[in-house]
Design a protein around this ligand. Structure first.
Ligand SMILES: O=C(O)CCC(=O)C(=O)O
Length: 217
């Protein structure tokens, strides 16, 4: 790991990629915002299945690459379309601690690590494609430095890109002392995500609150 990120190009099992794609197809995706990000679907970690296996895989990979103690407790998919939105240089929210694991499942797009929010301040840029895993340093309460790398994802130039991401939400039990550092707005947003449930396509409208409150970056 260097500069708060690592890229694993050929290690993620194809069978697990396929199982995640199949799982994603069961979910209802919702666009967060007309101008930013892909369509989002929360996945399930509380039952056996591909998301749980992938989260465990990412936890082991993170430990092997210098991101110790990453135990994901929130998993989701995002689907981006050509001609649709990407996400300009940003850091993930402070309520995501330790590490963020991203796996491209289908399609490809330009991913970049930036030195700041400036679009021209590019540290590294490449095309991410199926099976590639990107690990990003999550937030930690160090008053002197914020370890989260700025990063950017562009929309695919053709077709769709589907990704899976695993994160550690500080608002989920057991209580984390780090959560005390969050602003009220951050804590509320994080708690809403903890309280949300995945929405399955066949169960739309009947599965309780969805994560349709756009996590702002
Ligand atoms: O789609 C990706 O690879 C990046 C997603 C991202 O940066 C985010 O959701 O904040």
């Amino acid at each position: 790991m260097q500069n708060g990120y690592a890229v694993l190009r050929a290690e993620f099992p194809q069978t697990l990629t396929d199982a995640l794609v199949a799982d994603a197809q069961r979910h209802e995706f919702r666009l967060w915002s007309p101008g930013k990000g892909g369509a989002f679907a929360l996945a399930a970690l509380d039952e056996p299945g591909a998301p749980r296996e992938a989260a465990a895989w990412l936890s082991r990979a993170a430990a092997d690459h210098g991101f110790a103690g990453f135990t994901p407790n929130e998993v989701s998919y995002q689907r981006y379309t050509a001609g649709g939105n990407g996400i300009p240089p940003h850091r993930d929210q402070r309520y995501y601690a330790a590490c963020i694991g991203i796996i491209t499942l289908r399609g490809s797009a330009t991913f970049a690590v930036h030195g700041s929010r400036d679009r021209d301040d590019v540290v590294d840029e490449w095309t991410t494609g199926p099976g590639e895993v990107i690990l990003l340093r999550g937030w930690s309460p160090d008053p002197d430095s914020d370890p989260r790398p700025y990063h950017r994802i562009d929309p695919p130039t053709s077709g769709e890109r589907l990704m899976f991401q695993a994160r550690r939400n500080l608002a989920a039990p057991p209580p984390s002392p780090w959560a005390e550092h969050l602003t009220q707005e951050e804590a509320q947003q994080a708690s809403r995500l903890v309280g949300a449930t995945p929405v399955l396509r066949s169960a739309t409208g009947g599965s309780g609150p969805a994560a349709d409150d756009p996590p702002r970056r």
